[in-house]
Design a protein. Structure first.
Length: 112
């Protein structure tokens, strides 16, 4: 099940949302010393853009909160690609473990 959802607004804007603390990988995130809140998930998104999809950089903005990850903008395709990249991380504990380990080894700091 994909915990991410894309919401379309009448204005033509879009938001990609994830309710923090409700994923299959929360225990792994906790185990590795992080809090699976919206800010942590924003870090996951930033890391994925930086390492896997640099063409997405600057095509949307973030507006996360403690209980929710949010990326928003008018570029639906960019947000759909971000969702496609985040979904496996949000549903596969081993994939999340590898992402955190790799990011921290590279000096990336999650803002959680």
């Amino acid at each position: 099940m994909n915990p991410l959802r894309l919401h379309e607004f009448p204005s033509g804007a879009y938001s990609l949302l994830l309710n923090a603390g409700s994923t299959e990988v929360d225990d792994v995130v906790d185990e590795l010393g992080h809090e699976p809140n919206g800010y942590f998930w924003e870090g996951v998104a930033q890391w994925l853009v930086r390492t896997e999809a640099p063409a997405l950089d600057g095509r949307f903005s973030y507006d996360s909160e403690g209980g929710m990850f949010c990326a928003h903008g008018t570029d639906r395709a960019a947000l759909e690609e971000l969702s496609t990249r985040m979904q496996p991380v949000a549903t596969d504990p081993e994939r999340m473990r590898r992402l955190i380990t790799s990011a921290e080894a590279d000096g990336f700091e999650f803002d959680d």
